[in-house]
Design a protein around this ligand. Sequence first.
Ligand code: SF4
Length: 334
Amino acid sequence: MPKTILTGLRPTGNLHLGHLFGACQNYLKLQDQYDFYLEIADVQALTDNFDNPKKVRLNVKEITMDLLSIGLDPTKVNFFIQSQIKEIAELTVYYSNLVTIARLERNPTVKTEIAQKKELFGHNGESITYGFLGYPVSQAADITIFDGELIPVGEDQLPLIEQCREIVRKFNSIYGKTLKEPEPILSDTARIKGLDGNEKMGKSLGNAIFLVDDDEIIKKKIMNAITDPSKIKKDDPANPNICMVYYYHKLVNTKENIEKVCSECKKGTRGCVACKKELIEKMNKFLAPIKEKRKYYEAHPEKVEEILKAGTQKAQQRANIQIQKIKKAMMIDY
Ligand code: SF4
């Protein structure tokens, strides 16, 4: 039997290049090797969008269409909606006794996200909800309810996997060996920077190119991307390594052209406007097949619904078997 791999995405907006290069391209390889469960994490999305359920509901379909358009194959990947697996919520309650509040507050991923919230929205600590602080516990339930063995993550999410492993060890030590400890699979692509040079590309940071952006929007975004500020005139030599336009050429252009961009930029024989125009053309060419595939699903929303329904049913069956095993171990199998 192939190992079970589980990953999740929060339906809070469309996918952007950061998702594509940072995680989703890796999924394309993994879907051929493992029993792949892909969770559309609507409950987790509600932890910081609890007052905007329409946004989460709309994006369940949107994000599924994005994932299908990049080439994930529903015959290989089991797409399911988190809120429809009631065993996850049940297991989260059981796990909540196995982790202390102090341990959750010390989780580096949670600490970073709290700091970002404070910076972005001016939240003080008092606005952090119980649900948000506890999301690593719910994530441990997401993973273990499917006996998830391998979890594709970025380096910044490793503490969440470690937290899950701790919960599993504690559960097994109290109730007997029942659960598997998941292992992380690190993506081979580093985090993708934003158009503004920020280390992270993100919707809330306003520095992302989305897979659904049309040609005009892409043009506008790339024309405003950060370049080497020391280059004032067209023929000034510059440093491509501090230029976001060059950074994106490296993602979507050919090896030969990337070398050309680099050497012409250094010599001062390439102007920034021409360089950006070339990137716009290459970016549109790169995204064209994804958009083409998306058009099919936009025209056939019933196909997306069928995929989610079938995947959710399969996930429900598996979660039901696992929760029985867990409740038996906990002596609550009345
Ligand atoms: Fe960036 Fe291209 Fe301008 Fe060089 S020529 S600074 S790579 S946009």
